[in-house]
Structure formats: structure tokens, C-alpha cells
Ligand binder design. Structure first.
Ligand code: PMP
Length: 437
């Protein structure tokens, strides 16, 4: 085990952003990564969901090759290159009518949400923004400003008001969770936050980094109705769970709503850095004023994104996410009957979360066990992360190409990891190289 921390000649531990696993990856194919010791690691994180087609997908390799060898395509005319134009057209065809105006390209979910935050206040003249407790909209100052995740407390905007995201598990039922947040919103509008001062409401259709929380039925429809009533823009952050991952192309489809602005990232580039904001013309004309950075509108990344969208459509990968997601879900449900640590299993498609608790009745968070399980799974050949405002939710965001066999294999490894953690076969010492959130 100690070999994993600092192998001779290896500088992995010198990397400032090393968060979880002290091992370099030297390759990957499909749902597997290859460690620098030759180990094959089944990747249930797909790099936090960005490797939507898995690793080294031939369609992405071909698209990137073509874009790199095409001199015209490789000149950076701030998004005015063919792959970006085609990608913009494609994205516009995928959003609801009310959002179908223009597209802004960035390179991360963070810069996209940051641009939206500044755009909506400038375009509407309204100074306030609503978002949810636990929401992760990015790691730049401007995107942290509209986030509610505990990891981001330092940079919240003065005009930000955070609302509790309904948590059906801790509230005891979906109805209780939905009603509590809706009445909280009503009180807020009546007493504290004049709704006509609110420019936008940022939502995650499934709150992923906050704990893979699935909204109760009807919740976002009620939020949408409130937004329409008060002229508040509904901004849907599809960065983590969008683009097929939830089993539908957009995760907001599960809630039956139509956002005004849709934000894409992560899986859009299939591992290459690209994000996009799609919204109505009247708003998007303000976007250009805020952020134009050197590699925005990068034709190579746009070509990769086009290949991702074509492959998701052609290979019916949203359907695969629904189908394989239900195999994964069933296998996890089987584990739940044998591991008392498992308190709740939730999600859509291939965006699943398993909440670990030390006591089922009080739902006390088993954060230490979550970290130990993640580390033990890594040792056994499965890459997972944990998320959640209490750091106790195992997150499953594998490639959309995952097979049923891979799903079963990953759960078998997780079973062993949970057993070893329960039996005390793995101790605190293993977490010394593991910084977590
Ligand atoms: N939005 C959501 C919903 C996310 O989950 C994340 C990243 N976890 C981001 C935005 C930020 O994306 P990025 O890391 O690409 O900046």
C-alpha cells in the first residue's frame, strides 16, 4: 500500500491540485483508466463526468485529429470557426424555444456560470440572484459567488440568497421536502427578498456535488411557475448531469420544465475543455461584454463536442445511460440489504449517489467511512468520489458507454470495499494522502 504514496522518481505528490488518489494515470480506454503501475482502474467517475464517452473514444480522436490538421479550423477567430458554428447550431436545436437565441462558448462550467451570473444582472437591471444551499456552480470567484456548496463559502455575492434544496431523505419524505422549500420561498419573497429585484434563479436539475439530490415530483414546476410570475430567469446548470447522463438528453426534462438559459460543460467536450451557455438573444447580447478569453471558441474542443453530441445521438447513449443506470441501481439496491452503512440510493440514469450513514434512524453522516470506502475501492481497482454537503455520498458518474457487465463489476468491487471498511481492515492511515473536498 505504501508504494502508492510516493514511488521513487514520481512527482505526483508534488502536484498542488492532487485531491484524492496519489497515482498518475498513463492511459485509458472506454470505462478503464491505466495507472502508472499498469493497473486497470474501472472509472465510475469518468473524471467527474467529463469523459462522457469514456476514455480515448475513436469518434473524439478522429474529430480532434481532423480539427488539428485543418489550418483554417485551427485559427482562433473568437468562435467564428466552422466547428463552433456547427456546434452552436446543434446546441440551439436541442434547447427549448424560449432559450433558443445565441450561444456563448467557454472552457469550463465555472466560466460559463460566471458569465451567466454577470449577464443576467446586467441584462435585467435586477441586482439579486437566487441559488440553492449545496449548489456547486464553479470554482472561479464569479461562479462561487452564486454557489451554495460549503467548499465555496469565501466568495458569495452580496446579492445572493440561498434557498434550501429539498432533501427527500433527510426530510423524511419527498412531499415534506418539497413543501418546506416552497414555503421557505414564499416567506422569502414576502419578507426579505423582493421578487422584482431578482434577476435569476440558478438551479441544478439534480444537485450533484451537493449530494446527488433528486428534486421531489412537481418541485421544479412550482419553482418555474414562481419564476414566470415574477419575471425571474430560470437558469439550468446541466454541467454535471446533462448531455444524456440522466437517461434523457437534458436532466431538466425529468422535471418537465423549460429553462430560459441552459449551461453545458464537462461531458460536452468528452474530456476536452469546453462549455456553452445557450439563451435568448436579448440576454445573450450582454454575454460577450463580460468574458472573452484566449481559448474560448476553440475549434479543436468544439470539434470534439460535435463528435460527442453526434455519438450520443447515433449510439443512443442517453438510452444506454437509462438502461445501464437501472442495472447499476439494481445492483446497488442489492448491496443496501447487506451493508448497514448504506442509507439511501438515488439519482437518474448514470448519475447516482449512495448516501452512507452511521445510523439509519438518525441518518448521521458516515463521512469518514465514505472517504475510507473511496480509497479502498481505488486500491481494489474502482475509481469513485464522494460528494455531498456532509461529504458522505458516493458518486457514480461513469461513462455513458458503460456496459451492464462493467456496472456489475464495479458494484462487486464496491461490495468488497464496504466490507473491508466495516470489518476495520482499512484504517485512518490510508487517508494521509487524501485531502478530500
Ligand atoms: N456546475 C456543476 C453542476 C458542477 O458539478 C460543476 C463541477 N463539479 C461546475 C458547474 C463547474 O464546472 P468546472 O469544474 O468545469 O468549472
Amino acid at each position: 500500500m505504501s508504494g502508492l504514496y510516493a514511488r521513487e522518481g514520481q512527482s505526483v505528490s508534488k502536484m498542488a491540485h492532487l485531491r484524492f488518489f496519489p497515482q498518475a494515470v498513463v492511459g485509458g480506454r472506454g470505462a478503464y483508466l491505466t495507472g502508472d503501475d499498469g493497473r486497470q482502474l474501472l472509472d465510475f467517475s469518468a473524471s467527474w463526468g467529463s469523459a462522457s464517452l469514456g476514455h480515448s473514444h475513436p469518434a473524439i480522436r478522429a474529430a480532434v485529429d481532423r480539427a488539428l490538421s485543418d489550418q483554417a479550423g485551427a485559427s482562433y477567430l473568437s468562435s467564428a470557426n466552422e466547428p463552433c458554428v456547427l456546434l452552436a447550431e446543434k446546441l440551439l436545436s436541442l434547447v427549448p424555444e424560449r432559450a433558443r437565441g445565441r450561444v456563448w462558448f467557454g472552457h469550463s462550467g465555472s466560466d460559463a456560470n460566471e458569465t451567466v451570473a454577470r449577464m443576467v444582472t446586467a441584462a435585467t437591471g435586477r441586482p439579486r440572484i437566487l441559488a440553492f444551499n449545496g449548489a456547486y456552480h464553479g470554482g472561479t470567484v464569479g461562479s462561487m459567488a452564486v454557489s451554495g456548496h460549503p467548499a465555496q463559502q469565501g466568495a458569495r455575492a452580496a446579492g445572493l440568497t440561498l434557498v434550501p434544496y429539498p432533501n427527500s431523505y433527510t426530510a423524511g419524505s419527498a412531499e415534506a421536502a418539497r413543501d418546506a422549500t416552497l414555503s421557505h420561498l414564499e416567506c422569502l419573497f414576502a419578507a426579505e427578498v423582493p421578487p422584482d429585484e431578482v434577476a435569476a434563479f440558478f438551479i441544478e436539475p439534480v444537485q450533484s456535488d451537493g449530494g446527488m439530490l433528486v428534486p421531489p415530483d412537481g418541485f421544479f414546476q412550482a419553482v418555474e411557475a414562481l419564476c414566470r410570475k415574477h419575471g425571474i430567469l430560470l437558469v439550468c446548470d446541466e454541467v454535471k448531469v446533462g448531455i444524456g447522463r440522466s437517461g434523457r438528453f437534458h436532466a431538466y426534462e425529468h422535471s418537465g420544465i423549460e429553462p430560459d438559459i441552459v449551461v453545458f460543460g464537462k461531458g460536452l467536450g468528452g474530456g476536452l475543455p469546453i462549455s456553452a451557455v445557450v439563451g435568448p438573444e436579448s440576454l445573450m447580447n450582454h454575454a460577450a461584454a463580460f468574458s472573452l478569453q484566449t481559448v474560448h471558441g476553440n475549434p479543436v474542443c468544439a470539434a470534439a463536442a460535435l463528435a460527442v453530441l453526434e455519438t450520443i445521438e447515433g449510439d443512443r447513449l442517453a438510452e444506454n445511460a437509462a438502461r445501464t443506470g437501472s442495472v447499476l441501481r439494481t445492483a446497488l439496491d442489492r448491496l443496501a440489504s447487506r451493508h448497514a452503512l448504506i442509507g439511501d440510493i438515488r439519482g437518474h440514469g448514470l448519475a447516482l449517489g449512495v448516501e452512507l450513514v452511521s445510523d439509519a434512524a438518525s441518518r448521521a453522516a458516515a463521512a469518514r467511512e465514505a472517504a475510507l470506502t473511496v480509497y479502498r475501492a481505488f486500491e481494489l481497482g474502482l475509481v469513485l468520489y464522494y460528494v455531498g454537503v456532509r461529504s458522505n455520498v458516493l458518486e457514480f458518474t461513469p461513462p455513458l458507454t458503460l456496459t451492464a457487465e462493467e456496472a456489475e463489476k464495479g458494484v462487486a468491487i464496491l461490495d468488497r470495499a464496504l466490507t473491508d471498511v466495516r470489518d476495520g481492515k482499512i484504517g485512518e492511515d490510508v487517508l494521509s494522502g487524501f485531502a478530500g473536498w
